[in-house]
Design a protein around this ligand. Sequence first.
Ligand SMILES: Cc1cc2nc3c(=O)[nH]c(=O)nc-3n(C[C@H](O)[C@H](O)[C@H](O)COP(=O)(O)OP(=O)(O)OC[C@H]3O[C@@H](n4cnc5c(N)ncnc54)[C@H](O)[C@@H]3O)c2cc1C
Length: 428
Amino acid sequence: MAWDFSTEPEFQEKLDWVSDFCKNEIEPLDLVFPGAARSREPLQRALVDPLKQQVKDQGLWALFLDEDLGGPGFGQLKLALINEILGRYGSAPSIFGTAAPDTGNMELVAAYGTDEQKDMWLYPLMNQEMRSAYSMTEPQGGSDPDLFVTTAVRDGDEWVINGEKWFTSAGRAADILFVMCKNGIFIVPRETPGVEFMPNSPLAHSHIKYDNVRVPLNHLLGPENAGKVLAQRRLGGGRIHHAMRSIAQCHRAFDMMCERALSREAHGKIIGDHQMVQEAIADSYAQIKMLRLLILETAWVIDNSSTQEARTQIAATKYTAAKVLREVTYRAIHIMGSLGVTNLTPLQAQWANAPTMAVMDGVDEVHKVTVARNVLKQYRPHDGLWPSEYIPAKREKATEKYEALFAKDPEYRDLSEKLIRRAAFIGG
Ligand SMILES: Cc1cc2nc3c(=O)[nH]c(=O)nc-3n(C[C@H](O)[C@H](O)[C@H](O)COP(=O)(O)OP(=O)(O)OC[C@H]3O[C@@H](n4cnc5c(N)ncnc54)[C@H](O)[C@@H]3O)c2cc1C
């Protein structure tokens, strides 16, 4: 029997260390120096770098990468268990070297980069000496990559890129931009002439024009025309990592909801004794459990096959995480009453972020289509008029199995007819 939901004691020790470290070091930093973890300013780095060093000393740096690339090589399942702690603390992914969008970009260079490209970009990204951004969505459409028009044309020993990208997260802070063109993914240093940041970009998500941007030939990542394959790989990893972290946020909202339910009184009893509050707690409890199991199973499938093989499950985790986060956060806010809608608890920011989860990394609808299409490939239409679970037809077939018995002992035929009549009466 191989089903096992336990955690090895040695790994549990690591999880305990992560949990204590986040609570005792990262949360205070976030509260007193918000944003310092991603700053390059020396005064702030002096606070943050020693914390990163502690993570490195524990062998927990760049958790998502294999050992030969400088990570601990934990795989996705263990990463999920760590991420469900980190997701509760805003700066934790940076301090553990696992912050998006760098992680997905590093995975791409690790998987498809030449040795030269790994030296140029992977190791500097891992050491946070460099920052990156991922430039895929275009202003005229994000959900359908067939609408993208940005293209790189070869000119001698250079590629010349033309196009426009929308919502490149952390684009302005990036040293290098991973630009998805119709004919592949190209790495463009941000300072390259022709990279133009448009006015009126949304805060933190840049609108960028690539106007005759020239990069050397070795800035194409992976084979030419393989952009969609690389993008799938990158976004698959990103989606499951976001889902893992969203469990942490669901847990936090749930903890707040339960604490409040026991602390507040209304209409003669503590609110946790009111049935509708109990329903909110019970529904949230079950939804979080279901989400967590879905994510852990998906991580396990990736570890035992590949991101590509796990596409259907990854897509399902993506929209399920968004839905559970949205619903649990809403219930927590509601149960907190007026305090819940203020910025005096983490819930308001979490609620503002909830719809984002349904759009980023591909809108939920597209993932639902993927799941439905892949699931339907495993089915075929029924023969004839009736579905395969049509009881009269199944019963007729099953009766053939007993014909010999009925012929030998007709009492059994009578018994069968009697039992069938009774089952029909009670809805069987
Ligand atoms: C916080 C955040 C960070 C992001 N970071 C990046 C980044 O770093 N780099 C990057 O390139 N992009 C990034 N994006 C962009 C993101 O990937 C796109 O927003 C997403 O792919 C959707 O594209 P769109 O915004 O153009 O929406 P559209 O494609 O215009 O979709 C709008 C709506 O149309 C409907 N719709 C679309 N397709 C279907 C369908 N098949 N069936 C039914 N309904 C459908 C849905 O209701 C959908 O919400 C980010 C987005 C967010 C919110």
